[in-house]
Design a protein around this ligand. Structure first.
Ligand code: DGT
Ligand code: CA
Ligand code: CA
Length: 571
């Protein structure tokens, strides 16, 4: 157990005691114990292992507090805290997280207004009851309502695209501070997980204060939640929280490895270290007292007899075994991608023309694209019926005739209807260069019907690929209930590709499904689903999802040069 965790529990106990009107001396004693513990250079858990160490030798720690600290380390929780939590409603405890709400104000809201949940608190604010309380005013009421929104936001995970932008902006700005030698994003964001709970940034600095001051006053930051010697936690204006840790140069690699995680990967790394007679932690790799590695991640893995494991693979899904045998896949990169087979134009819900999309794709180095506007069922997006589609394809042929230096396929994003038929007739689909079949409606149908629909598409001779197979929206609730094994089996048999849709709110296939598709030998296409020339930007998120799935360039069909890719088409 870390000192900061022990201190947090004592601080919370002090808050709860204060809310219930306990003796102020007791409250103060717990707060001062929390500060003492948090300020210690060595870990209390380690100190307690030494036979000559007495907790009572610490400033302000008497016999009673010493026993409570020892019990906390032993049990992992402060027993008195667990007791107090029975006396104060959970919603009241949560109110403490709202900026500007300390124990005294929380007590007043609870005792005088009977507020016991965050919903109650919101209602009380909206009904103008809070401003009537003694010591509160309109302004406080307003700031409580705003703080409440932040707390609600903080409980949510955010999309990788949003998380990465914030984390990378802050890391880049930290690097501008004098004395900051390195600043790197760690945690789930570095692993490119589809959502992040919070952000983690590591820095090497001669003086940690410069880095921390920069963070405290950063334009993206709303408030500092905690600040110690080497670490700081802040809340961004978006509600997302960020941990900054300043570490010495010689442990930077070990710290980066540790704080990149995942926790499961780290547990496996530590187990391997023990088997080799080594110890690994955020300070380095040690043989006895000797540090054998720590400055770079490469040397940390090397000391453990492992090839460097890319962050995207660190989920304890077999990557250690592969790294030990030198069998890690060479992961696909954005630079490997040569085509994009899913995009929209002004014919349906896109904002750019065929020509604009083609030129933008060419500028990004692509060799081929498919224009895949919606089929008629998607009325909201002005979906195309057979006549409009044929006219649209004619325009594509005209743009082709301009020889822009990029292959343009006449494609369609064709809906797989609820009754397991396709939205356009076979004779129309037969004229397409590229048919992407997708589920948009009836995603909540029972698995049996979903399977029937997907299988109907896969066995249709004109269908080239299934787009965003589950139809899920990340963080949303809907995803079709799919029996992936049967679908992948069929796709492999019929030579139908599966898409990783790169839009950060889709990322569909996800990492686990894409890894399974690879095992079935199905060619995977990573497409942007761009609705404008800027829509191509999301490609990296799709590639990152592919990397999390362990895909190499050979597993991804649209890394092939045009001449090779062409051979995979059903026509
Ligand atoms: P998140 O924030 O929920 O999206 O996921 P992470 O992976 O960023 O998790 P976070 O922020 O709690 O911690 C960052 C990394 O620090 C985590 O990936 C691994 C490491 N870490 C944190 N707590 C522990 C722990 O209790 N044990 C181990 N082995 N590693 C930990
Ligand atoms: Ca994190
Ligand atoms: Ca964190």
């Amino acid at each position: 157990m870390k000192n900061s965790e022990i201190a947090e529990q004592f601080e919370l106990l002090a808050d709860l005691l204060e809310i219930t009107g306990a003796n102020p001396f007791r409250v103060r004693a717990y707060r001062s114990a929390a500060r003492t513990i948090d300020g210690l250079a060595s870990s209390v858990a380690d100190l307690l292992k030494s036979p000559d160490f007495e907790l009572t030798s610490l400033e302000g720690i008497g016999k009673d507090l010493a026993e409570k600290i020892a019990a906390t380390v032993e049990l992992g929780v402060l027993p008195a805290l667990a007791e107090m939590q029975g006396e104060v409603p959970a919603g009241v405890v949560k109110m403490l997280k709202i900026p500007g709400l300390g124990p005294k104000k929380v007590a007043a809201l609870w005792k005088e207004l009977g507020v016991t949940t965050l919903e109650d608190l919101k209602a009380a604010g909206e009904n103008d009851q809070i401003s009537q309380l003694k010591g509160f005013g309109k302004k406080t009421q307003q700031s409580i309502l705003e703080g409440l929104l932040q707390v609600e936001e903080a409980g949510k995970r955010v999309l990788i695209s949003i998380a990465r932008h914030a984390a990378e902006t802050i890391a880049a700005d930290l690097l501008l501070v004098t004395g900051v030698l390195a600043a790197e994003v760690a945690g789930s964001c570095r692993r490119r997980k589809e959502t992040c709970g919070d952000l983690d940034v590591l820095a090497i600095a001669e003086d940690s204060n410069g880095a921390m001051d920069c963070l405290a006053t950063h334009p993206l930051v709303a408030s500092v939640l905690a600040r110690g010697e080497t670490k700081q936690r802040v809340r961004l204006k978006s509600g997302l929280e960020l941990d900054l840790r300043v570490v010495p140069k010689e442990s930077f690699g070990a710290a980066l490895q540790y704080f990149t995680g995942s926790k499961e990967h780290n547990v496996a790394v530590r187990k391997r270290a023990v088997e080799l007679g080594l110890k690994v932690n955020e300070y380095g790799v040690f043989r006895g007292e000797d540090r054998v590695a720590g400055a770079t991640e490469e040397e940390v893995y090397q000391a453990l007899g492992l090839a460097y494991i890319p962050p995207e693979m660190r989920e304890n899904r077999g990557e250690l075994e592969a790294a030990a045998k030198g069998m890690l896949p060479k992961l696909v990169t954005v630079a490997d991608i040569r085509g994009d087979l899913h995009m929209h134009t002004t014919a349906t819900d896109g904002v750019n023309s065929i020509e604009e999309m083609a030129l933008a794709a060419k500028r990004r180095g692509l060799e081929y694209i498919a224009i895949t506007d919606h089929s008629k069922r998607v009325t909201m997006a002005n979906g195309l019926d057979a006549d409009r589609l044929r006219a649209h394809w004619k325009k594509i042929e005209e743009v082709r005739a301009q020889n822009l230096g990029i292959q343009i396929l006449k494609g369609i994003e064709c809906d797989i209807l609820e009754d397991a038929t396709l939205d356009l007739d076979d004779e129309v689909l037969a004229e397409a260069d590229w048919v992407l079949a997708v589920l948009h409606y009836g995603l909540k149908q029972p698995r049996e019907q979903i399977q029937k629909r997907l299988l109907a598409a896969i066995t249709n001779p004109h269908v080239d690929a299934i787009g965003h197979p589950s139809g899920r929206i990340v963080g949303g609730r809907i995803a079709a209930d799919i029996g992936y094994d049967e679908i992948f089996q069929a796709a492999a048999e019929h030579g139908v590709m599966m898409e990783i849709n790169a839009n950060p709110s889709r990322l569909d296939l996800d990492d686990i499904q894409a890894a399974a598709a690879k095992r079935y030998g199905i060619p995977i296409v990573i497409n942007t689903d761009a609705h404008s020339i800027n829509g191509f930007d999301v490609l990296e998120y799709g590639v990152d999802q592919g990397r999390r799935a362990g895909l190499t360039a050979a597993d991804v069909a649209n890394t092939k040069p045009w001449a090779e890719f062409q051979k995979l088409l059903s026509r």
